[in-house]
Structure formats: structure tokens, C-alpha cells
Design a protein around this ligand. Structure first.
Ligand SMILES: NC(=O)c1ccc[n+]([C@@H]2O[C@H](COP(=O)([O-])OP(=O)(O)OC[C@H]3O[C@@H](n4cnc5c(N)ncnc54)[C@H](OP(=O)(O)O)[C@@H]3O)[C@@H](O)[C@H]2O)c1
Length: 331
């Protein structure tokens, strides 16, 4: 099968298209023909091991000290078709259109991938593809969708509340804006100048250009603040929260956790840190929200698998609006 092999930690030119063996499904696994994947910000961070220190060291120890050896195919999101199932598989049948998030198992930059039918080990969930999306559109749903859904659900958003999303124009942010709107909130999206019109088009009531304005200095109070990229100044963000407001961070460094614990002890404000619980039930909830038209994946552009290095370079410019899709088997 055709696959992009991750030959080194570092620049995108280490991603090489090669012919490799097609995997065979174990008893609890399915074999999926990948029609589309994505090039996400986490994919580019994984490629370079540009991650929080402890996480980066443990990944290097697991994947390979000098270069990737245990995992050699990147890519964490996919949409495709079940072409074979192991004898113990019950959730899926041959021909089922599916989507999923492979998390640290990676491997979606290939024509085929084998995954456990239920999340196990490093692998994330698989679910049936929303009927109203193409494979290319569906591939852009899992990562941002799962992150936004399981993080925002913890804030228990109520109609009329003021919700602010930092990094609203990215994979996680674009779903978070639509979810908060769906739950009746008044939504403010914070991102780069070039993404503000897109944010209005997906329902943001207010937009803030972080290159021109610091939302913590506007005097406006918010009931919920979601920081998708750990870029908002913590103490100032807490000050921008209403008395019983909730602060959510989808990407905290070590220092943040210690500071938070000290800070929130004195107030009714809640601080909730990231937890990666990627579940099949949340993926099913996303499918239903997409089929109901509540969530639409925001896709900036598409690249063929052969141009994966160019896709990663574009993602690293930070200019992408929403998601970048990688067409593998097509349709
Ligand atoms: N499982 C995982 O790997 C995992 C899980 C959770 C979270 N994460 C982390 O989540 C982050 C990715 O989230 P994502 O995929 O949604 O990222 P993304 O698609 O790159 O979106 C991030 C957005 O934030 C914007 N931005 C940058 N600086 C900003 C600032 N100071 N204020 C407001 N907006 C700003 C970016 O715009 P510009 O770049 O144009 O400025 C971009 O639109 C990554 O850093 C990743 O490590 C990863």
C-alpha cells in the first residue's frame, strides 16, 4: 500500500511517500480503506516532537530515541470504509463508512489502517460517518470535535451565558463556537485578523483580533472562557471571569496546574484542565450534531497525500482556518 513514512523528527521533508506492507486486522480489529485524513496542528507538533518537555521525552522513548521506529506513519484523523473485520468484531461490517481519531497510535497517512473496533491502548474511537458529509469533510471532524465536546461539556453552558473562546479559528475552536451557540450562549471568538469573517459565518456574536486587542483588558466579564491553545494569560483571564465563571484550558503546561490550584482556592471560580477522554459515545454525539446541521466542519483547503509535506508547511504558517484535509483514497 501507499503510505507516508515518518523518517525523522523535524522538518516536513522527512515525510516520504513509499510502498509498504498492507496491515492485517487482528481478531478485535477492523481494516479501513482511508479515503481522507487531515494535517492538524498536533500532527505537526508530533512530527517535530515540539510538545511539553515531559510529553516529548516519553514519546521519544516510546517511538524511537534517534528517529521514529515503533510508529512510522503519522496522521491522527481519518474517514474511510471498513474493508475487512477480525472474527470478534461486532460493531462494524464490511462496507461501513466510518471516521475516527487514532490519537497516539497515529497511522492515517496511508491507504489502509488497522484499528481496534473499541478504543484500546493508544488508539482513539471509530464511529459511523455522518451521512451528510463526504469523506473529506468527515475526516476534519474527530480531533477538534472530540476536544471541543468533552471540554465544553464540563462547563455546563446555559442559554444566555457569555462564552469566550481563545483560538476560535482553529480545529478545536471552530467546533467550540458552534457548540456554544447550539447551547444558547452569546459567543465571542478570539483569533487572528484573517479568521474573523469565518468566525462570524459560523455563528460568533462577537470577534476579537488578538493581534490588536487583549480581551482581558476590555472590562467585559465572561461566564466561560475556553483556551484551546494555552495562550491566554492565566491570572488576567481569571479576572475576566464572572464571579462563578469557569476557565477551561485544552492544553496546559506543568506550571499552569500548580498556579491554578493556588489561585482558585480563594474564589467560586472553577478551573478545569484538559483531559483526553476520547470516547465512541462522544463521536456518536458528534455524528448526530453534524447530521442535524448543528456542526459543520470548517475546511480551509485540501492536499493529495503526495503533497503531505506542503500541507504540514501550510499548517505551520498558522494561517489555516479550521482544518486542512489530506485526500488519500479520494471520493
Ligand atoms: N491530543 C492532542 O494532541 C491535543 C489535545 C488537546 C490539545 N492539543 C493542543 O491543542 C492545540 C491545537 O489546537 P487546534 O488544533 O485547535 O490548533 P489550531 O488549529 O492551530 O488553532 C489555533 C488557533 O489559535 C490562534 N491563535 C494563536 N495565538 C493566539 C492568541 N494569542 N490568541 C487567540 N488565538 C490565537 C491561531 O491563529 P494563528 O496561528 O494564525 O495566530 C489558530 O487559529 C495544539 O497546541 C495542541 O498541542 C493537542
Amino acid at each position: 500500500m501507499k503510505a507516508v513514512v515518518w523518517t525523522k523528527y523535524g522538518a516536513p521533508d522527512g515525510l516520504e511517500l513509499r510502498e509498504v506492507a498492507t496491515p492485517e486486522p487482528k481478531d478485535n480489529e477492523v481494516l479501513i480503506k482511508v479515503h481522507a485524513a487531515t494535517a492538524s496542528t498536533p500532527d505537526t507538533e508530533l512530527r517535530r516532537l515540539k510538545l511539553p518537555f515531559l510529553f516529548s521525552v516519553s514519546l521519544r522513548l516510546y517511538i524511537g530515541l534517534r528517529k521514529p521506529t515503533r510508529i512510522t506513519i503519522l496522521g491522527t484523523e481519518f474517514a474511510g470504509e471498513i474493508v475487512a473485520t477480525g472474527q470478534d468484531v461486532t460493531r462494524f461490517r464490511q462496507g461501513d463508512p466510518v471516521l475516527g481519531y487514532t490519537a497516539l497510535k497515529m497511522g492515517t497517512y496511508a491507504e489502509y489502517i488497522c484499528l481496534p473496533e473499541n478504543p484500546a491502548g493508544l488508539a482513539g474511537p471509530i464511529g459511523l460517518k455522518p451521512a451528510n458529509l463526504s469523506y473529506a469533510e468527515a475526516a476534519a471532524v474527530p480531533f477538534g470535535g472530540l476536544e471541543a465536546l468533552h471540554t465544553l461539556k464540563k462547563a455546563n453552558i446555559r442559554p444566555g451565558q457569555k462564552v469566550l473562546i481563545v483560538g476560535a479559528g482553529g480545529s478545536i475552536g471552530t467546533v467550540a463556537v458552534q457548540l456554544a451557540k447550539h447551547w444558547g450562549a452569546e459567543v465571542t471568538g478570539v483569533d487572528h485578523t484573517v479568521k474573523l469573517d469565518m468566525l462570524r459565518s459560523i455563528g460568533a456574536d462577537h470577534v476579537i483580533d488578538y493581534t490588536r486587542q487583549d480581551f482581558t483588558k476590555s472590562g467585559q466579564k465572561y461566564d466561560v472562557i475556553l483556551d484551546t491553545i494555552d495562550k491566554s494569560p492565566f491570572t488576567a483571564s481569571l479576572r475576566a471571569l464572572s464571579e462563578s465563571g469557569t476557565y477551561l484550558n485544552a492544553n496546559p503546561g506543568l506550571l499552569g496546574k500548580l498556579q491554578w490550584r493556588l489561585m482558585v482556592q480563594k474564589s467560586r471560580k472553577k478551573v478545569i484542565r484538559w483531559s483526553g477522554d476520547y470516547t465512541a459515545s462522544n463521536l456518536l454525539a458528534l455524528k448526530e450534531l453534524v447530521e442535524a446541521g448543528t456542526i459543520k466542519p470548517v475546511i480551509d483547503r485540501q492536499y493529495p497525500l503526495e503533497e503531505i509535506a506542503a500541507a504540514h508547511r501550510y499548517v505551520e504558517t498558522g494561517q489555516k482556518k479550521g482544518n486542512v484535509v489530506v485526500v488519500v483514497g479520494g471520493e
